[in-house]
Structure formats: C-alpha cells, structure tokens
Write a protein that binds this ligand. Sequence first.
Ligand code: GDP
Ligand code: MG
Length: 370
Amino acid sequence: SGGLTVSDLAEKINKDTSELIKKLMTLGVMATKNQNLDAESIELICEEYGVEVEEEIVLDATDFDNFITEDKEEDLIERPAVVTIMGHVDHGKTTLLDSIRDTKVTEGEAGGITQHIGAYQIVENNKRITFLDTPGHAAFTSMRSRGAQVTDIAILVVAADDGVMPQTVEAINHAKAAEVPIIIAVNKIDKEGANPDRVMQELSEHGLIPEDWGGDTIFVQLSAIKKEGIDDLLEMILLVSEVEELKANPNRNATGTVIEAELDKGRGSVATLLVQNGTLNVGDSIVVGNTFGRVRAMVNDLGRRVKTAGPSTPVEITGLSGVPEAGDPFMVFEDERKARQIGEARQQKHIVEKRNDKVKVSLDDLFEHI
Ligand code: GDP
Ligand code: MG
C-alpha cells in the first residue's frame, strides 16, 4: 500500500538498518526491518539525522495505512465479535436479527428504544456481541470489494424445511473467501417438514461437517420466530469469539469502517460507523472516505447520545461535510488541520479518479461506435 519499511528508509538515508532500528528504539518506536513506518516516525528519524525529507520519501497522504502505527501486544484487550447473518432469501435472517435484538435488548437495557442504525449490540453472559443489520450479502460483497473487512463471524441461516439453496452456497463462498468462521443456524425447526439432518447432510457436501459427525462446524438448531435456541446460538458465538482472540487497543485514535450513510434533511450527513480499533469521541477530527469533519454528535443503537465509542461499537455520527459510502474507511486525526489536509487530498484524488473513469468510458464508447 505504498508504505515505507525500516530498511527502505535506511537505504534512502544511507544508514544501516540495524542502526536505524536502534535509533527508533531510543525514540520510543519499536520496529522490525520489514515494518512499515508511519509519517511521524519518518519525520523523527529525518530530524534526528538532519536529513531533509525529500519529495520521494514524502508519503502518500491519501493512504490511511501511512498514518497507522502498529499496536503493542500489551496494549491490546478483548473486543466484542462483529457478526454478520447470511443465507438464502426467506430462510429467516431478518426474523433472527429481530428475535436476538428483542430478547436481549429488553432483557438488558430497560427502556431502550432500538433505532435502526445498521448494526446493534447485545449483552450475553456479560459479554457484548455486535450484529450487522445490513443484509449479509451486501456486507460481504460491496464492502469486501472495497477492501473493507468488518465481519469476524458469519452466521449462515438455513431453513430446515428448505435446505441448501443457491444463495446458501454463495454465502458459504463469501465467508470462505474472507476466511471468516461460519456458524450454522438451522432455522424453522418448528415447521412441519423440518429436516435438520438433511441440512447437515447437504452442508457436509460443501465441507461444513458437524462436530457430531467428526467435523468442526458448529450447528445450532433454532426457531427464530418462536425465539427458541437463541441463547444456544449466542453462546456459540461467544465460544468462537474466544477462540479467535479478537483484540483491539481502546487507547488510540479511532479507525474503522462506514456501515451506512445518508443525507438527512434536518441533520445533514448522517453516517453509521463501526469502530474497529481505538475509541471515537465527540469532537474528534475525522476523515471518512473522501469526506471529513468533526464528530458533532454520536447516537448509539438504542438512540441514546453517547460521548465515546470503543472497539466493535457501531455508532451514528453527524458533522461530516459530505456523505461517505458503505465500506469506506475512517480515521481520526489528532489535529483538525491534519484531518482537513488529508480529507482534501482524498477528495481531490477521488475527483481525479472519477474524471479518469469518465474519460475512459467515453473513449470506450467512441471506439465501440467506430
Ligand atoms: P430473510 O429473507 O432471510 O430475511 O427471511 P425472513 O426473516 O424475512 O423470513 C421469511 C419468512 O419466514 C417470514 O414469513 C418469517 O415469518 C418466516 N420465518 C422466519 N423464521 C421462522 C421460523 O423459525 N419458523 C417459522 N415457522 N417461520 C419462520
Ligand atoms: Mg430479510
């Protein structure tokens, strides 16, 4: 992604890589030779050696990766899993999402009025789980095609009276491509003609073999409509979360992904963000996709105003100058000037890219008509 490693920098400024690693250490930056350096560390090093930062080692300001420092292991703590529900149409995805929310939100957060912000969070056994409310396919296809990976665990809903269908297979392929663990929710077991064994058989043919049959895929039987088996499913999600050792560092500027965004008549640009690392605060200077601004207000999935949002938390924000797109990355910057600078650079790049696309399209059109 156009980063500059420690050895790259060493070469450019004519120093030994090992010397540079030591120097970085004295400056409080722990780095290995193949590690990408952020702009700040590069500046520090250049200052230290009295090297002018030349044009060619000035980093691409439109690439967030150039501003992200790696977390130290000791700064990482457990974070909630982000779960996406996938499956064939009418197999019960929406019903399951609603049932989970209904049971858990009324149990846990008395008086909370759920608000649709594209994702919600529940508490099970004192642990939080985040569910993406957007259709599973959209979350995987549009977001992943844009390089965003937001899901930790995929729940594959298969109706016990219908079995494996085309979109079931599609969902399996998406989850496998994303290397995300899959939990099977065999739904509608209350229905006459429900045949969970057939579902297990059919899924085995796609390499998803139940634990009972010597495989390692977790199957949960449930009735989303009767709210039966919901707790079993949530427990399995927690189990898989634990195995995955999902971690984040809440003590840094927030980074994450846009879940959805729109232009609201009264409030202007409204975006639901999933914080993936760090903590987002009201007042933060933020670049979101090709737009930027300051977080004016934040509302959680219960419609409550909040001042902060930690890792794996979905939150709706206002204060952006434009409307970003689902799947866009976001990043908070320490000072407003920097956010503006980077936001404008990204905006500019986006405009140029769009213009180039247009030129390309019209040239193609032209040749087609010759
Ligand atoms: P989606 O397209 O996957 O989101 O499916 P929906 O949640 O919209 O469900 C499709 C239909 O199946 C609706 O009529 C639901 O009421 C029904 N349904 C969902 N879950 C169950 C269940 O556990 N049992 C029964 N009998 N019907 C269900
Ligand atoms: Mg639905």
